[in-house]
Design a protein around this ligand. Structure first.
Ligand code: AMP
Length: 295
């Protein structure tokens, strides 16, 4: 093997053993570790989390693993974009010093049979049409946190329900890590960046770009005191007339426990968000927008 200078290329480890050797050495030197789990096909949204992890810790580490356990048989596991070489370059330029890219044998060896379920927070929103999803996410994130043992782990608010599921899991299972949220990074027209945006045709991309405007307008109206029921009905109509093929859900929920607000008005004392999932063509897109009510 030819020696590679540490700062010209990112290190890649593919086994728990190799990962532990690197991480244990950092820890022995008194360094803190910031971790960003991803499924690859990286974009600026992911990289913003890596930069945040780098600011808040001595060593930023990212994982790339397309987790089969969070895809249903009819979903896009086999066609999910896999772009490892480009991902590694992007991670390196964002200050990530080590990438962990385990094979399925490391994550789900023969005989594997344990799963983690976060009960209430996993129901509703994405849990309704993807009942298997948060169990798959919680299990793999629990494993990754145990494998890496980071001081902090950073997750995007793009997947706000996932962020709250992981916060709850870490609290409930006493996992010694601080979970940090990062804001949603958007394209110039406001579309939330997503690895799945690559599936959209030019025509569908225009429709997808309208989602953020609709939920931002809803959040503004709710912040000004409009009634939830009417604003959700108007928002649904706006999405349908924008050319969305199906609205999977459009809801207002509290941030802390994701309790649904179906009637009445949003209160300043209880921060809430508009949550949406839509289908455009064959692509499912999610987004959310905070409602900031001043009273
Ligand atoms: P994924 O690779 O889609 O599993 O996402 C890995 C992490 O990146 C998750 O914590 C996501 O919430 C986060 N993420 C994905 N898209 C964005 C975005 N547009 N802005 C901020 N974070 C994001």
């Amino acid at each position: 093997m030819s020696p590679v200078s540490a700062d010209s290329q990112i290190g890649v480890v593919r086994t728990i053993k190799a990962l532990r050797a690197r991480v244990d050495a950092w820890r022995a030197a008194g360094e803190t570790i910031g971790f960003v789990p991803t499924m690859g096909a990286l974009h600026e949204g992911h990289l913003s989390l890596v930069r945040k992890a780098g600011k808040l810790s001595d060593r930023a580490l990212a994982s790339i693993f397309v987790n089969p356990a969070q895809f249903a048989p009819h979903e896009d596991f086999s066609s999910y974009p896999r772009t490892e070489a480009a991902d590694l370059e992007k991670l390196h330029s964002a200050g990530c010093v080590l990438a962990y890219a385990p094979g399925p044998d490391q994550m789900y060896p023969p005989g594997f049979q344990t799963s983690v379920r976060v009960e209430n927070l996993s129901q509703g929103l994405c849990g309704l049409s993807r009942p298997h999803f948060f169990g798959g996410v919680a299990t793999v994130v629990c494993k990754l946190l145990n494998q890496v043992r980071p001081d902090i782990a950073v997750f995007g608010e793009k997947d706000f329900q996932q962020l709250q599921v992981i916060r709850r899991m870490v609290r409930d299972l006493d996992i010694p890590v601080e979970i940090i949220g990062g804001p949603i990074v958007r394209e110039p027209d406001g579309l939330a960046m997503s690895s799945r945006n690559a599936y959209l045709t030019a025509e569908q991309r225009v429709v997808a770009g309208k989602l953020n405007r609709v939920i931002a307008d809803m959040a503004n109206a709710l912040a000004a005191g409009a009634a939830v029921g009417r604003i959700v009905a108007d928002g649904r109509a706006a999405l349908e007339s924008a050319g969305v093929d199906r609205v999977d859900y459009l809801e207002v929920r509290s941030e802390a426990d994701l309790a649904p607000l179906t009637d009445g008005r949003v209160r300043a004392a209880e921060p809430a968000r508009v949550f949406a999932a839509i289908i455009v063509g064959k692509t499912r897109l999610i987004d959310n927008w905070p409602i900031r009510r001043e009273e």
